[in-house]
Design a protein around this ligand. Structure first.
Ligand code: SF4
Length: 393
């Protein structure tokens, strides 16, 4: 059993030296270079559970106890099979954070299916996705090391939004989520050698300096472990629970430019076109448009439908850059034999686990089960390789 790492051992002041914050605060869109391409990933949303121990005031995803949904294994299989048949590559497992004791129905249901925890069930759900020809990318919120290790060897990549390092009212109330826990989750992913997606949420009450500190904290963790594959810059959007202000275009453009300046070139930068005018921030350095789903709604932001693939093409055409499909794990993290046409910089081998435990990737970034899926002589395996060879569009 891998012991839990302490949840709060990151010094938030570490990356935020005042000079680094000041440098980032001075960045404007004209200071960064536009990317030479835009990428996207075909995915299906699998909202495994809408139970969440937190109650963020801008979030329409979570349902209270008694109303929260938990997809059955058969429902998971139906969704991922439909996605695979539609040509997707990613099963995006969305989650509330670890359902707490108030969600008795969820726990009883899991128990009746033979699962001792939501992470045990997530592991099985990821296996179903692999069986049906999709690569799992799970985003189950804060996780302990033990929880992450339970599912890591069945995922191509994982993620959690940092959102902000600031303590904000929007996370408040009796069950407030903490920036320290989110940072600890990102750090744990680094320790386990998991290609990881994170990001900042703009407009939930944080100041400009908090945005800079959040980006510097992500950079600090990436410099330690090399595992951050992409960073999302997402503006908070109006919905039935959030009628507060939303960031204007100028704010979004400056935040994106700051992110581009803060992060190494090898870390992808994404703005989701269903939540933001992505076409108007391409010159601020984004190189990814996130997931596009032909078969499911965006269950985290159901008021905002995913744009069609044609809309992504329009954004790329307008920016005069090529549009490329990608897998849920970025190419630089794949074993060398999958990178024949890759022109970027491969990720360095992950550092060995400090506690002597083995990483899910067995010394590399991608677990054996995911590599098997990529090599398989099946429709899915051929689809994955076509994406890598740039033959899918
Ligand atoms: S934003 Fe995430 S952590 Fe917050 S209530 Fe929604 S699902 Fe839970």
């Amino acid at each position: 059993m891998i012991p839990d790492a302490p949840a709060y051992d990151i010094d938030l002041s570490l990356p935020g030296s005042e000079s680094a914050v000041s440098e980032l605060l001075a960045v404007r869109p004209a200071d960064v270079e536009p990317a030479d391409h835009l990428s996207f990933c075909r995915n299906v949303f699998v909202p495994l559970t809408t139970a969440c121990r937190y109650t963020c005031t801008y979030c329409t995803y979570y349902d209270p106890p008694g109303q929260a949904e938990l997809l059955s294994p058969a429902e998971v299989r139906d969704i991922v099979r439909t996605g695979a048949e539609a040509g997707c590559t990613e099963a995006l497992f969305t989650f509330g954070d670890d359902p707490d004791d108030r969600y008795t129905q969820v726990h009883h249901q899991l128990d009746s299916w033979g699962f001792g925890s939501i992470h045990e069930y997530l592991r099985r759900a990821c296996e179903i996705a692999l069986e049906e020809g999709l690569l799992p990318h799970a985003n189950p919120g804060d996780q302990t090391r033990e929880q992450m290790a339970t599912v890591a060897d069945r995922n191509a990549s994982m993620g959690v939004m940092l959102e902000t390092t600031a303590e904000v009212q929007a996370h408040g109330g009796p069950r407030a989520k903490s920036p320290g826990q989110r940072l600890a989750t990102i750090r744990t992913a680094g320790e386990l050698g998991i290609p990881f997606t994170t990001g900042i949420l703009v407009g939930i009450g944080e100041e400009w300096a908090d945005r800079a500190r959040s980006l510097l904290a992500i950079r600090e963790l990436h410099e330690r472990y090399g595992h951050v594959q992409e960073v999302i810059v997402q503006p908070v959007a109006e919905n039935e629970r959030w009628q507060g202000p939303t960031p204007d275009l100028e704010t979004l453009r400056r935040a994106v430019a700051m992110a581009r300046a803060a992060l190494p070139e090898t870390v992808s930068l994404q703005v989701p076109p269903n939540l933001a005018p992505a076409g108007e921030v391409v010159d601020c350095g984004i190189d990814d448009l996130g997931g596009v789903s032909p078969v499911t709604d965006d269950h985290i932001n159901p008021d905002y439908a995913w744009p069609a693939l044609d809309a992504l093409r329009d954004i790329a055409d307008h920016a005069e850059v090529p549009l490329r499909e990608r897998l849920p794990v970025y190419e630089r993290y794949l074993p060398a034999d999958f990178r024949a046409d890759f022109e970027g910089t491969p990720a360095p081998t992950p550092a060995p686990a400090t506690d002597g435990g083995s990483s899910p990737g067995g010394g590399g970034w991608v677990p054996e089960q995911v590599q098997d899926a990529l090599r398989a002589e099946t429709d899915a395996g051929r689809r994955f390789r076509a994406v890598l060879q740039g033959e899918s569009l």
